[in-house]
Design a protein around this ligand. Sequence first.
Ligand code: CP3
Length: 363
Amino acid sequence: LNLVIEEETRLNEVDMTLRRKPLLDRLAGKVGDRPAIWLMRQAGRYLPEYREIRSQTRSFLELCYTPDLATEVTLQPVRRFGMDGAILFSDILVVPDALGWPVRFVEGEGPRLERFSSQRDLSRLDATRLRGHLAPVYETVRRLEATLPGNVALIGFSGAPWTLAAYMVEGGGAREFHAARLLARQEPGLFADLIEQLTDAVVDHLAAQAEAGAEALQIFDSWAGVLPPQELKRWCLDPCSRIVARLKKLCPDVPVILFPRGAGASYVAYARESGASGLGLDTSVPMEWAASMVDRLGGLCLQGNLDPVALLGPPEAMLAEASAIVEAAARRPLIFNLGHGVLPQTSPEAVARLVSHLKSSRS
Ligand code: CP3
């Protein structure tokens, strides 16, 4: 009997050190008995219930700026699949929109913005508009904070300065972002000023989400990978490290995940010097490599990195690939995710299979 009591006491002590939210535990460095899970773009067009809500609004941004609907759409995947994280439903491009650089989403084509190119353009950006313009987004965060189940962490997010600047300079999406890369080389002073203004805006936007109840923050640098290492350090890693340092002062209890997609060998520098609590891996980086790399650098929580296309293929192969990622990160804190967002043609059943498989896995 004594042994049983001792064992129960020990288990209780273990429980005491674990919070109720697996995702926040992993970001705090706790390994737990399975990876935490959420998926980038887990809300969206692959869900019929999303398409239903979306059809009620004229534009995509209207959905982002309507707290009732944005709250509902955030909750849909969590309700259906039981992820450990709910990511605020919004978009990275609300930041330029809020600074007075308007964004439109053209049906079937993606975002459209004016092309940013000059000092005059820079003077049009107005940081004082940001919190007012994005008040509906922070209202959504407050509502989510009040309604989410106790084991689900609320993730706020922003685009990174480089990725936002890249969309502003190109006037929308691009394959390789040549115009943005060229402006950074031809007018490094102007480009540095733009990055600095966006850095301030990103800090303000993320701090406002934390104040409203976001419990973790992810910074999407979706286009880090188009830059060579020196440029990547200057325009992606250094600004994001400054953002992390400033957020540590403003909201010290809210961990930050950086996702510099395509960073390649520069992931080492992110692990060493960014100060982030979590590092999001794209599909080009082997989890084994990332795990041994973070071991040498004192550890941080890894996130990733199943190929989104695996969810379109044979289920058994997809689950085996997911298990291999979990095994490669064994005995380290892991947030399971994709290497990029859920594709619109994904079947909800594939996501359901993946999440239930991971929830029964042990690392
Ligand atoms: O579920 C979630 O992840 C939360 C919501 C979210 C969206 N976009 C909704 C969205 C998040 C976190 C984003 C991030 C985002 N937006 C990124 C970074 C991640 C990445 O994919 O690299 C980027 C680059 C954007 C910019 C953006 N938004 C583009 C290029 C597009 C058009 C392409 C597309 O997928 O349609 C969007 C539109 C967008 N953002 C949609 C959704 C659900 C589709 C619009 C619609 O429903 O009509």
